[in-house]
Write a new protein. Sequence first.
Length: 367
Amino acid sequence: MNERKSAMEKTKVGVIFGGKSAEHEVSLQSAKNIIDALDRTKFTPVLIGIDKEGNWHEYEEGNYLLNEDDPKRIALNKAKRGILLHLGKLEDEENVLTQLDVLFPINHGTLGEDGTLQGMLEMLNLPYVGPNVLSSAVCMDKDIAKKLLQLAGIRVAKGVTLTKGMQGEVVYEELVEELGEVLFIKPANQGSSVGVSKVTSKEEFLAGVEDAFLYDHKLVVEESVVGREIEVSVLGNEHPRASVPGEILPQTEFYSYESKYIDEKGAKLEMPAKVSEELEDRLKKEAIKAFEALQCEGLARVDFFVTEDESIYVNELNTLPGFTKISMYPKLWELSGLAYTDLITELLQLAMDRYDRNQKLKSSAFE
Ligand SMILES: Nc1ncnc2c1ncn2[C@@H]1O[C@H](COP(=O)(O)OP(=O)(O)O)[C@@H](O)[C@H]1O
Ligand SMILES: [Mg+2]
């Protein structure tokens, strides 16, 4: 009886994982690590899986995953029961969402990290980990994100935005004149390097544009920044702080989808990155500046290019980065003195603090 009472006093954390994105499997691995590491003296997890069709189910901790140790074959097992999504203030005591105190969505990519899920969580009136609707959507859109970073005085790769309607007007030769011989083409709203290509001829450019348009109606075409790829983890709401930097050493032409997820030898991670104290300090400051410029809260991983002369470019911000034990985001915090379990506790606390802060806002002039 006593045990039950103390269990009931714990904060109930809904961990949301899976989803319709290309990163479904990575999300399952991230979720497993978070659930395993959750501080059980404070929290009780409730497992919420979204299958590849987009259906929400509640899962049981003992058996929610199949092939959990195989990153390629990992999959959701049979669910305990379906979850009825009910927007607005939940009053149905039977609905598992009603019982939650806070949510930790760990759905990478489209429909998870792009503001759509965050919008739904706002409608459910529940606190959740990670940046809000606006910030999540901005960070997902490489075109808008770069424009705002530039406004904040942060250096980004030179580039142009390309929409389907403009296709006829874009002259390859003019792009080369402006951006150089080597170009990167990327869908504006994607992740995991899906649809990204590096091109050095008109034929490759046209093929790259056609391919990228399969994933989005808007593309960015960028100059190639030759340099190291370095990442910094940022954590906090009003007073964010930055971790030590880590480095990606792609073993392929660039950090492609294959090198991220398929080829085990596709990329090496060096954590912490071998950088001077001076560069580390500048990277941390720039990471916080970018985090604030895009109005992030909770967490984001800030990805940089650092050129030979040590100029710093921000490439992108990821608002729900990988959370597996070997993932950059939590690993960099561990190396900065914050253990994985404590990081999760802090993220949940930040989510609840933000919710409380927002609840105090007046919603009408007549209150
Ligand atoms: N302008 C650029 N210059 C050099 N390399 C780039 C550039 N843009 C992207 N890349 C390479 O492509 C990878 C994927 O691009 P990125 O913009 O990070 O997209 P994603 O959101 O899919 O990770 C980067 O990690 C980097 O290796
Ligand atoms: Mg990237």
